[in-house]
Design a protein around this ligand. Sequence first.
Ligand code: ADP
Ligand code: MG
Length: 289
Amino acid sequence: MSPVETGRRGAAPDPSFAPEPAGAVPVIVSRDLTVGYKLHRERKRLTALRDISLSVNAGEFVVLVGPSGCGKTTFINAIAGLVQPWEGSIEVNGRPVTGPGPDRAMVFQDYALMPWRTVESNIRMPFELQKLGLSKQEIDARVRRYIDLVDLTGFEKSFPYELSGGMKQRVGIARALVSEPDILLADEPFAAIDAMTREAMQGELERFVAKTGQTVVFITHSIDEAITLGDRVVVISYRPGQIKEVVDVNLPRPRFDYDVKSLPEYSELRDHIWRLVKDEALQTAHGAK
Ligand code: ADP
Ligand code: MG
């Protein structure tokens, strides 16, 4: 049985699995994943995510949307190996995730840069944390290439406090990409960036992953960003987060170069996802769950 078939529960079709394109290779497979936290002070356990079954194929761009606190960060932390399943399983390339690894890299919402390190030294960090078998020359060349890619050439010796929000985030992106991971995990990476820079960076990211073929799991609160970037948009319900619906986005690429927002399919998708998310946001506001 393929991993995707084993992810299905019972006889009913599982909405979390999109029809498999021919030759698709599942890279991240979550089966009935339940994860939570022990709240020591209150002596109880909080279930953050429940029964998440999702299969992400090689080269696919999957976007997670849902109200604050629904477990989006928890899900990518489970893929990253930063939290462990309570029930169910999470596999990457056919092996259970037991901890972080060089095949996965994370872009954080709040940049998570080391303030005492320069741009170059922040981007070099993955090579200090993991032995990737590269020579010093190869590492230097890689660091230069990724600084150039995110348009920070000339700022190598700058410290984070000397950079704008957009520039800091580009450092975070270069640091995630420099080890050339198979899987890119991005937690609201553009949330703190001004609207114009944000659109430009969406275009850069789309172009970049089209070139590298990386598999991406991306969290956002922006439905437009989700539709602009995603092959599929996974809508997660209010806590404990469960998959409410997986929406396929079959708009032409590169989307940034086309005016996809003017297509009628775009507004249909937008309305559909907005309705799903709004219902959940209202549950949060009224404390219905
Ligand atoms: P999202 O990213 O969708 O906003 P999170 O995954 O950050 O949601 O959080 C899901 C739930 O788990 C929230 O109720 C949050 O308060 C709780 N939570 C997250 N991290 C921790 C933690 N380290 N310890 C205790 N509770 C946590
Ligand atoms: Mg979060």
